[in-house]
Design a protein around this ligand. Structure first.
Ligand code: ATP
Length: 344
């Protein structure tokens, strides 16, 4: 659907050149929700704006639905942009128009007749759950409602792609969730490909199928959400994951571990990270039976990335005749991430 090849963008300014994108390659599949995550200044907005040519790339190509965007004439670009909706962090609504007028705006520009506009606006407001606010003005709406208007407006020309520029960054967590659910719903109902940029892993975790991690103008990691989650290769990805995986032990637990009796010769405290279906297996009871160890669960947490369970267990293993070590080796053969905690 979207192929980005060797995309480079250099901004020229009085204080010198800034390479905001450096040879970026991405493939975004039709119908997926694709997240681009990175720290401030990494190049996310530039990348998003190069997709619909709001920023002209310095070199490289952007192909959408078989059309090379970098070589379009102004008129062709105008037509093509109808296929690409966009929503913004600060909503960018027209304050002098009511909700109905905001959603109707792109249709008026496109020269659609009044009757069709009215019907379409009603349908879109129903889709985003704002039928009762059609006559309100932006200043009378909450942030979440404003973003719903932004989404309805972006969908007015039946786009194939929806670009979301930090669409939930100005919203509280509860409203963020409701907007993300709306985007997910739209993706499912209308089959629209969604590309979103964010600095929050939680956003990616909630709705994306695939993710690219951008760092200092370059894409350093990309793949399905589960691939990147299960096996992050860069520190940047690992740091983002920390915010949603609780990979740090809570302070109380560290204190408890420090106070445990470590005198036992074959005692081991292990942190077991799990991801996917292995969590359903009776791992701990197997250890106890197979290796004749005592297993004392000190801590555990479990969460889901969409439908996949993941989490962490901290277990004290005590055994005889090398049982604890054999148990640890066994855990590794199951594909679990096992770390022996020595110092906390
Ligand atoms: N119009 C511009 N002129 C000069 N430099 C720019 C311009 N726009 C962005 N930059 C620079 O390009 C780099 C990437 O900026 P960009 O806005 O794409 O990053 P970002 O990841 O979206 O950051 P944020 O999350 O803070 O918005 C930064 O170093 C920024 O200062």
């Amino acid at each position: 659907m979207i192929y980005i090849k060797n995309l480079t963008k250099v901004y020229h300014s009085d204080s010198g050149d800034v390479k905001a994108l450096d040879e970026v390659n991405l493939h975004i599949k039709k119908g997926e929700i694709f997240g681009i995550i990175g720290l401030s200044g990494a190049g996310k907005s530039t990348l998003l704006r190069c997709i619909n040519m709001l920023e002209k790339p310095t070199s490289g190509s952007v192909e959408i639905d078989g059309v090379e965007m970098t070589s379009l004439s102004p008129n062709e670009l105008k037509e093509m942009r109808k296929k690409i909706g966009m929503i913004f962090q600060h909503f960018n609504l027209l304050t002098s128009r009511n909700v109905r007028g905001n959603v109707a705006f792109p249709l008026e520009i496109a020269g659609v007749d009044k009757k069709t506009i009215n019907q379409k606006v009603e349908r879109l407001l129903d889709l985003v759950g704002l039928s009762d606010k059609a006559d309100s003005f932006p200043s009378q709406l909450s942030g979440g409602q404003k973003q719903r208007v932004g989404i309805a407006r972006a969908l007015a020309n039946d786009p194939k792609v929806l670009l979301c520029d930090e669409a939930t960054s100005a919203l509280d967590p509860q409203t963020t969730l409701s907007i993300l659910n709306l985007l997910k719903d739209i993706n499912k109902k209308l089959g629209i490909t969604i590309v979103l940029i964010t600095h929050e892993m939680n956003v990616i975790k909630q709705i994306c199928n695939s993710v690219a991690v951008i760092e200092k103008s370059r894409v350093v990691e990309q793949g399905s959400l589960l691939e990147v989650f299960a096996n992050p290769k860069t520190d940047t990805a690992r740091n983002f994951l920390k915010s949603v995986t609780l990979s740090e032990l809570p302070e109380e637990l560290k204190e408890r571990i420090r106070n445990l009796d470590h005198g036992h010769l074959e005692g081991r405290i292990v942190k077991i990270g799990f991801f996917g279906k292995v969590t359903a297996e009776p791992v701990i009871s197997t250890l106890v039976k197979k290796f004749d160890v005592d297993a004392n669960i000190l801590y555990g947490n479990i969460d889901h990335i969409q439908d996949t369970p993941y989490g962490m267990l901290v277990v004290e293993l005590r055994g005889k005749n090398g049982g604890a070590n054999s148990a640890i080796e066994y855990l590794k053969t199951l594909g679990l991430k096992v770390e022996v905690i020595v110092n906390v």
